[in-house]
Design a protein around this ligand. Structure first.
Ligand code: HEM
Length: 363
């Protein structure tokens, strides 16, 4: 095992931060050569050219949770799939779901002492079930499907054909007669709908749940931000500090020069929202939680919690709607920290080391 790979397995964030301090673009010797950049010009070059920087062979292919559907397609198929899927996930597409999300969130408003990761996992699972299926898929099946995503590597990477088969059968059963005004209903005519929905659920679950847990943790220490109008900035600042998609990867299809660095065909090319969001040249006091910074705008290609370009997160609007709905309970009640460990730990997605112990008292 190379030194870089050893560090990558144990502490990838520490490794990335160390190397980023030495150069804006740097190489890593992992199981294969990789080249990493984090400045806006790098992000724009990589994310703005989906024909050269391709998904096939990238890190998402390592986990069966993401190795399928739109996540794993490339142009020209990728563009066609996005054209089909995008309208259902735009703000207009999800407008009818918002009331349902609010109801689920209100039903799961924490009372008294609670652990934020556990609460967030439950409320996001229930909201996804409501948004996609009006709650018609067994909560226990969804819980089992999502559970490996909470475990450390290599658990999320292992094949689980029986579990995935059950999940796909359950999705297919709802698609036979989908409840009106659900995502299953609008996605039913889309090609490969069963797989697209299964992959979207996986892509949307722990990403949203971990963001929610961190946001609640910070809100507990920032009473001035516990108001509904402040939530968009609180959500942005949480996504900046802790981008669940902390690393993104592509495979380079031809020899190119990116931001002055030659990149050979076949190289694994990485961009890192985590590094970009902690770059002191872009974000003063980068490690400090300060939602008011968003009043000054955001640097182009310097804020990428949902990536950017044609592969930008399909579920970004839905994620924001779920986060807002669930955080309303934190705004409406008194919220206090009791202790815990919010240090980011990188697995498939970024998560707090935890636990995050809070107490909420309804007003
Ligand atoms: C806070 C929550 C979320 C975060 C931080 C997040 C982040 C991301 C990021 C960074 C990417 C791009 C990955 C790449 O480099 O290729 C992505 C893609 C994607 N996300 Fe999300 N996501 C979130 C929630 C969701 C939700 C709720 C859904 C759906 C229900 C979803 C579905 C997808 C899909 C399908 C893609 C692949 C898009 C494509 O390749 O064209 N995500 N997400």
């Amino acid at each position: 095992m190379t030194w870089d790979l050893w560090r990558w397995v144990r502490d990838p964030i520490g490794l990335l931060r160390e190397r980023a301090a030495t150069a804006p673009v740097f190489g890593l010797t992992l199981w294969r050569r990789a080249v990493v950049g984090y400045r806006p010009e790098w992000n724009r070059a990589i994310l703005g050219d989906t024909a050269t920087f391709r998904a096939a062979g990238s890190l998402s292919g390592l986990t069966p949770y993401l190795a399928g559907g739109v996540v794993h397609s490339d142009p020209p198929e990728h563009d066609a799939r996005r054209r089909e899927l995008n309208p259902h996930f735009h703000n207009r597409g999800i407008a009818t779901l918002v009331k349902r999300l609010d109801e689920v969130a209100a039903d799961h408003a924490p009372q008294g002492p609670f652990e934020a990761l556990e609460w967030a996992g439950t409320v996001v699972r229930r909201m996804l079930n409501a948004a996609f299926f009006q709650g018609q898929v067994s909560d226990d099946l969804l819980r089992r499907y999502f559970e490996p995503l909470h475990r450390p590597l290599p658990q999320p990477l292992l094949p689980r054909p029986v579990l995935f088969g059950r999940m796909e059968n359950a999705i297919a059963a709802v698609l036979q007669d989908p409840p009106a005004d659900t995502l299953a209903w609008s996605l039913a005519p889309v090609s490969g709908a069963v797989e697209e929905i299964r992959v979207a659920l996986a892509a949307g679950y722990d990403t949203t749940a971990h963001t929610l847990a961190w946001a609640a943790w910070h809100l507990a220490a920032a009473p001035a931000w516990r108001r509904e109008e402040g939530l968009p900035a609180v959500i942005d600042e949480t996504l900046r500090l802790y981008p669940a998609g902390w690393i993104g990867s592509r495979v380079c299809a031809r020899d190119v020069v990116v931001a002055g660095t030659p990149v050979r065909a076949g190289s694994l090319v990485l961009y890192s929202p985590f590094l970009t969001h902690h770059d002191p040249d872009l974000w003063p006091d980068a490690d400090v939680f300060r939602p008011d910074r968003f009043a000054e705008g955001r640097p182009a290609w310097g804020f990428l919690p949902f990536s950017a370009g044609r592969r930008t997160c399909l579920g970004a609007h839905l994620a924001r709607a779920m986060l807002r709905a669930a955080l309303m309970s934190c705004v409406e009640g008194a919220l206090e920290r009791r202790g815990g460990d919010p240090t980011p730990r990188a697995s498939l997605t970024l998560r707090p080391a935890g636990p995050l112990l809070l107490t909420r008292t309804a007003r």
